[in-house]
Design a binder for this molecule. Structure first.
Ligand SMILES: CC[C@@H](C(=O)O)C(=O)SCCNC(=O)CCNC(=O)[C@H](O)C(C)(C)COP(=O)(O)OP(=O)(O)OC[C@H]1O[C@@H](n2cnc3c(N)ncnc32)[C@H](O)[C@@H]1OP(=O)(O)O
Length: 374
């Protein structure tokens, strides 16, 4: 018997893998020339679709969605390893595409594409065949995400208009992601810095590798969070802890993150954050997660070791998707005031973005020593 990390190669019909990367030649000529990419300044209130397409031309990397219909788990992979999975404009557009796809998969699609106002809530689908119950956000090559791709920032995005467009799209995308009627988990390996730390707060839960480091580095960049992270962090850990993390930019170890309620779990020794996240999520999916573990391992397409043995085994009893989604909707409904707080966060961010302190910070090369404990 051969052990494989993923069963998806053997039961392709049960997996959907969508990679939202478009070759450069597919991008509208309006946005590109043969060699240099031009960032088009568009009106502040331009439709979000236009903002998304404008950003799509900037930088590399990819964001990839995989759906495992056997385990009911979807995976979103941030994939830009040479830049610590930091978000290019292209990746921002792809994440928005993926949130569209998930909304279409689990919600009635009416009114939930990227052109709807920020904070819009999706309507839960009740069809049982729409089986995905949980989603894991994770990064390639053993690190989570180092925020905004600073090379893209330096080349194209230091204008107020650039900051405004990016912040508007990312607020919309992360708010829609946060409000999906799915249980979401950030599987954090390595670094979650700046916008990477913000991205973890868009998930319902955070599972950290023992050596993971989280840092809200914005004060050092002369800005406040641009992707809605201050609001979400405050709801997560309270005003006192949030102000401390944001104001001092202190580095949060996995242990400290657990202590203040930022992390929900630390991966056990020799286990990846991804494998641990799958086990964490299984409690929401299976009626008896303990006895479902062998099935989960067998059919997992993420971090758990899976095997091909008896790949056709029927799934153990699962919680009804409509119940799980309904529960998530109830929890989201308590958040409705949040859009006002987010709008204020974005206003302050745009006022600082491209200002003197931010320009100086973006011009400095990144340094690991900055994130070491003194
Ligand atoms: C609105 C955006 C804002 C927000 O709202 O949050 C932001 O996100 S601003 C960005 C904030 N992020 C940072 O300041 C992180 C910068 N990176 C680092 O501090 C370090 O790279 C690291 C993440 C701690 C990793 O350190 P280390 O292990 O020593 O690796 P390197 O530093 O050598 O990095 C390897 C490679 O990756 C490139 N890199 C890293 N981060 C970014 C980034 N954010 N954008 C672009 N490129 C990045 C780094 O330059 C190295 O490349 P090479 O030099 O070509 O090898």
């Amino acid at each position: 018997m051969v052990a494989h990390r993923s069963a998806k190669y053997f039961i392709p019909m049960l997996h959907t893998r969508l990679t939202y990367s478009r070759p450069v030649f597919a991008i509208s000529r309006q946005y590109t020339t043969t060699k240099t990419t031009i960032f088009r300044e568009i009106p502040e209130d331009a439709p979000l679709r236009d903002v998304r397409e404008n950003l799509r031309q900037l930088g590399g990397g990819s964001v990839e969605l995989t759906m495992n219909h056997r385990t009911s788990i979807a995976y979103i992979l941030l994939n830009n390893p040479s830049k610590k999975n930091s978000f290019s404009g292209k990746m921002m557009a792809e994440l928005a595409d993926i949130v569209d796809a998930l909304e279409k998969h689990v919600c009635d699609s009416e009114g939930v594409d990227g052109t709807t106002p920020e904070g819009v809530k999706a309507v839960v689908k009740t069809k049982e065949q729409e089986d995905i119950r949980g989603v894991i956000l994770h990064g390639a090559s053993e690190t989570f995400c180092a925020g905004f791709d600073l090379s893209v920032a330096r080349s194209h995005m230091l204008s107020k208009a650039g900051g405004q467009q990016m912040s508007r799209l990312m607020h919309n995308t992360f708010t829609r992601f946060h409000n999906l009627p799915l249980v979401s988990v950030a599987a954090v390996e390595g670094y979650a810095i700046g916008g990477g730390a913000e991205a973890t707060t868009a998930c319902d839960f955070r599972v950290l590798h023992r050596d993971a480091l989280v840092r809200f580095v914005h004060a050092n960049m002369g800005i406040v969070p641009g992707w809605g992270g201050a609001n979400r962090l405050t709801r997560l850990v309270g005003r006192r802890n949030a102000l401390r993390l944001l104001g001092t930019t202190e580095i949060l170890s996995a242990e400290q993150a657990l202590e203040i309620g930022f992390a929900d779990e630390i991966a056990s020794e020799d286990e990846s954050a991804l494998a641990s996240s799958e086990i964490f999520l299984s409690r929401f999916i299976f009626e008896d997660p303990e006895s479902a573990l062998p099935y989960l391992k067998q059919h997992s397409s993420g971090g758990l070791n899976s095997t091909t043995e008896d790949a056709s085994s029927p799934p153990p009893p699962m919680h009804a998707p409509e119940s799980l989604r309904g529960l998530k909707q109830c929890v989201i409904a308590t958040d409705l005031e949040g859009a006002k707080g987010l709008a204020e966060e974005r206003r302050v961010f745009v006022s600082l973005w491209g200002g003197p302190a931010n320009l100086a910070a973006v011009s400095r090369p990144p340094s690991k020593s900055k994130h070491r404990k003194k």
